[in-house]
Write a protein that binds this ligand. Structure first.
Ligand code: ASP
Length: 439
């Protein structure tokens, strides 16, 4: 059984954190492929090495003196290497980096050095082989990630290596230029390595004990979700929940490999398992609650709308013309509402309304602003009677007016629209009725 383990920046911010990580890896011989991030924050006001690198490179690119900034970055690594008591040729590495910065080699190269150096240190510390991500993560000429080529190249390479460290976040284009994923992209690398090595499990080690059932800024100490499906996770993260990079689920999902979110600082906590399918019922009927503020509902009315073929298309086309994507579209017999993000919609409001009037010729258009959408997600909801009843009873009890209800056709989610000002209270009410009351 092979496991791929990815460690986030806060898990690798200091020598002390490295030691915890070392102990975790040594505790299980199956943890054979390690994907590190760059050193993150050691304390809340600290700066991540990746941010330091972006800043330092911007200074270099402007032709200004960047040596002091680079020296501070080197200091972060020196501290780790000395703290661990290992030998890593940092002076040589930084000479190369300095030359490349002076030659203005590119921002992606600059940012990638955070993971590259941490990978070098990690390999030396564990006694594992170092495999540069530039050799096994492939982007095409346009800088688009090439998943199939990467899978082949990486599989060939790692097949022959028992234990390796592969730095996260970057790869290279065919001409050798370094290219990074978007921020937080080491999660994606971990997933790619798991697929390419045909691993049984992808462990993603971070600084929380898994996904929480809802946002801890709204509910105090929410419970941890023990098992969640990829689909549920997509629904929740689309609505604002985040622990894992959005794109990181695709490679493992394709290969059917589960992800286990774990806490480096509490290695005994089981964390959250993210799986393709499961028979395990979620303990609280619902799996999670997430939501976002800042939506507008554009309500369109027209007599006998339901018999007019193409009406919905005409309305949506008006949004499409102005590049606005819609989130939800609940409808009645003679009404149809389109939910869009307020920020994107506001500057184009009049143009979109004019287009709807022109193309769909409705009787009335009404705009409802400052709305929040809440997604109540759970694979077990369809088998539990009264789930919707409980959601709405809890909201009524909290004196919250529900402006919109939409249930996904797979019955795995209920989307509720409320006023922005009611958002937090609504989330708390739903949380309470499912978790605290547990009827
Ligand atoms: N170090 C990179 C960032 O800060 C990538 C990562 O940590 O996943 O975004």
């Amino acid at each position: 059984m092979k496991k791929v383990v990815k460690f986030g920046g806060s898990s690798l911010a200091s020598a002390e954190q490295f030691e915890k990580v070392g102990a975790i890896i040594r505790a299980d011989a199956n943890r054979r492929y390690v994907v590190p991030s760059a050193p993150g924050r050691r304390f809340p006001k600290d700066t991540k090495v990746t941010d330091m690198l972006y800043h330092c490179y911007a200074t270099a690119a402007e032709g200004r003196n960047f040596h002091e900034e680079l020296y501070a970055i080197r200091g972060r690594y020196t501290e780790i290497v000395e703290g661990l008591g290992i030998e890593v040729p940092l002076a040589e590495e930084f000479n190369v980096i300095e030359k490349n910065f002076a030659a203005k080699i590119g921002e992606d190269y600059a940012a990638s050095r955070g993971e590259y150096l941490n990978g070098r240190i990690m390999a030396a510390y564990l006694g594992y082989e170092f495999v540069d991500a530039a050799e096994v993560i492939c982007f095409d000429e346009e800088g688009v990630f090439d998943s199939e080529k990467t899978d082949k190249v990486m599989n060939e390479r790692l097949k022959k290596i028992e234990r390796a460290v592969i730095p996260g976040f970057y790869g290279a284009m065919p001409d050798g230029r370094i290219k990074t994923f978007s921020r937080g992209g080491s999660d994606i690398t971990g997933s790619i390595v798991a697929r390419a090595t045909r691993a049984a499990l992808y462990e993603n080690w971070t600084d929380v004990s898994g996904f929480l059932l809802t946002d801890p800024r709204i509910v105090d100490n929410p419970v941890v979700i023990s098992t969640i499906t990829y689909k549920e996770l997509r629904e929740l993260s689309y609505m604002g929940a985040s622990v894992l990079h959005d794109e990181s689920i695709f490679p493992v999902r394709k290969a059917g490999i589960p992800i286990n979110i774990r806490n480096t600082n509490k290695p005994d906590d089981p964390g959250t398992m993210i799986v393709k399918t499961t028979g395990a019922k979620s303990k609280y009927t619902i799996t999670g609650i997430a939501g976002r503020k800042g939506f507008v509902a554009v309500n369109v009315e027209k007599d006998r709308m339901n018999s007019e073929i193409g009406f919905g298309r005409k309305v949506l086309e008006a949004f499409e013309m102005y590049g606005i994507s819609f989130e939800h579209m609940p409808s009645g017999i003679d009404t149809l509402s389109v939910f869009v993000e307020q920020e994107a919609f506001e500057p184009k409001e009049q143009a979109v309304l004019a287009a709807i009037n022109r193309m769909a010729q409705p009787d009335v258009i009404k705009i409802d602003t400052d709305l929040a959408l809440i997604a109540v997600v759970g694979r077990s909801m369809k088998d539990a009677r009264g789930t919707a009843g409980r959601v709405f009873a809890s909201l009524a009890h909290a004196r919250i007016n529900v402006r919109m209800i939409d249930q996904g056709s797979d019955e795995e989610n209920i989307i509720i629209g409320v006023k922005n000002d009611d958002f937090e209270a609504a989330v708390r009410a739903i949380y309470q009725i499912f978790v605290d009351v547990q009827l």
